[in-house]
Design a protein around this ligand. Sequence first.
Ligand code: B1H
Length: 830
Amino acid sequence: KRFGPEFAATHPLAVGPVVSPPHSVDGFVKEFLRELNFGTGVLLSRATVNDQYVALARTVAHYLAARWLEGGRTRREAGVKVVGYLSAEYLLGRQLGNALLATGLRDIVEEGLESCGINLSTLRAQEVEPGLGNGGLGRLAACFIDSLATLNVPCIGYGIRYEYGIFRQTFVDGRQVEQPDAWLSLGSPWEFPHPEAAVQVDFGGTTEEYVDEDGTPRRRWLPSWNVLGVPYNYMVPGYHNGRVNTLRLWSAQATKAFDLQIFNSGDYAEAVRAQTFAENISKVLYPEDSTPQGRELRLQQQYFFVACSLRDFIERELPADFDLHDLPERIIFQLNDTHPVIAVPELMRLLVDERKMDWDEAWAVTQKCFAYTCHTLLPEALEVWPTEMLAKLLPRHLEIIYQINDGFLREVREAFPGDEMRARRMSIVTDYPERAVRMAYLATVAGAKVNGVAELHSQLLRDKVLPDFSEYWPEKFTNVTNGVTPRRFIRLANWNFTRLINETIGTGWVTDLDRLAELEPYAEDPEFRARFRQVKAANKERLAKLLVARDGIVLPEGHLLDVMVKRLHEYKRQSMKLLHILSTYEQIISGAIDPATVTPRTFVFGAKAAPGYKMAKETIFAINAVAATLAADERTNHLLTVAFPANYNVTLAEKLIPAADLSEQISLAGKEASGTGNMKFALNGALTIGTDDGANVEIRELVGDDNFILFGMSEPEVADLQARGYNPAAVYESNPLLKRAIDLLASGHFTEGNRDAMNPLVMDLLYNDRFLALADFQSYIEAQAKVDELYADPDAWSRKAILNVARTGFFSSDRSMREYLDRIWHAKAL
Ligand code: B1H
């Protein structure tokens, strides 16, 4: 009201339209120098590269901000439904290139900087990527918010502004050593902090019953400590459409009250310590991908960010007099895995305790406000919080969970009278091995929809993880196959290919990826195939330059580039990839095969291991040891090279994927929920060697059996073998090729004669091999032989590669978002 029409009449300048800076070289240069001088406080003649980068980023941010402010206002006025994406991770990658692409400012900026004697690429290289995620789950969130902005759908991404993102990986004597990722140390020009809009988040204490003004008995929470959540806004630009959405990340700060209490006790040092304690909550991203450790600080993080986010949406995004019974018309909160599921009892608490809504009405609202995406099948990855921890940290939420569970089990018992085992199986609260809350069950009970992330995964989710629930609520379960944004992963990452595609079918594919199908006829065109190969060669050259500068790694020319990049996990089977390399190497040095018949290959690995994951770290050590030995072996180093650049991240992925010929997607069937790297490789013209797992299944269906190298057991075959009893040592004994590869690994050949160094990995493969690498080895080797054979005919290979591109437009995250919008969110574009 304060800035309404009356105000506008008397203060026309203050409420005029938001003005975007001019889209001209001159205009840009003025803005840039103004930002450098008055924003950064330096003269161009004295500016460091970082000063220049920061000034450029802020200048570009101003162009976006004009649209952002305008869009936020129209959205609030229109009162439309918003997607509230709740995710503990956003693996964004560098922002500058994407912002230049979205605004269409790239050429102007390049020319303007040149006139100042500055090179754009140098400034782009200065940016430290915000690594606020572990792997696929975090990157998926980043792709989804990109697509929603491009589809002009109002979305607020909510998450945590970790001060330290995923650790920086270094290798010392071949072993992983983690360094803190101080991504904020040079400042972050892309964020807009709002300390004045901080939200209080309570923890601890007790609950009590009381009688309210109307004489109704109620329960309430009497928390014992609290912190502040400070919002940091980031802009999420759509591609060439003027839409800019918001990513709101929360940073924890100590509250005044918190300090005062302790100050008054006279203990200054204790007060300062308390400050640190509060700020710890958003200090660091937990680096476990797939295997949460159940730590109290992690639960604090989860509650911290969802409590801030729900308050923010209800109190700041909705009109003050909004009737919360209508909340489902204005928001759908998507739960990115179980990490934000504590939002369910939090919304119940807001509605029932704070807004005095009737329990049943509140529950009806809540069940319409949430939907849940599951990203895993691994039992160890399903989050479970001990009730003891919940009681200590969030006592009122625990009560609410009990009450939700009671109501739910009553329903189940009514639907299945006498079936007490079923009620126990379905209980949100379990008693074994300790009393704990199963967050996936809570999400399933509360969510309007539950989805898996690829067809096979959704099927297994229904059949194996949540069978009782899918039987009870068949219509609740659905699949939305993951996707990736073509803006970042083709248009930005692969300019060489983009140019070729644009010249061939125009530029519409960037926002309508199905149009890649128009490339299909060109697979038969020898000239197009030759140009495709030129693109690959140029991308390999670009990668080679980067790796020399970044890691001192020299990539040989003319090799098949075979790439396996993803988190290090036993189920993904990097060790099986290593056995393939070892086997080829062993056969050459033992004279079993003629070196002249070997297809020269370079194997590239990129993988971080969770710091506490022993076997993953042993695998990294083994890969590095093999890489070093092969590099020094004159007999083979022109034929086989292993490159393992440290610290694989989004920035490196953007250089590696476009250069790859072969994409390794070799997880044990039934273990990889989807995979998204697999999609990025196919879209950039690599062939996949892969198992029938996750989204590989759909990639193969789309590209056709001839254009996908399949191997290994299927999921039912895996289940069968495991039921019969699997004995890896017996496989080792019965397969001479495998035996020689493992024996060589164990021999000390790669560790200067030290046999003990490889022992953990070798022993695990022989006597444990949880993910059946040895069982799939033979099939894998044979499939790799087929790869060599195919690659020998460059024309046939590029034909297949082009068909991979032409047939995988389905894997755009734009398509994933349309499916969520139609089937789960029921939200629309503005
Ligand atoms: C995926 C995770 C994950 N699934 C726990 N689960 C985490 C679980 O910090 N934690 O505790 C972090 C991450 N990540 C991945 O999600 C799947 O493994 C991929 O197959 C899938 O493509 C990706 C996106 O859906």
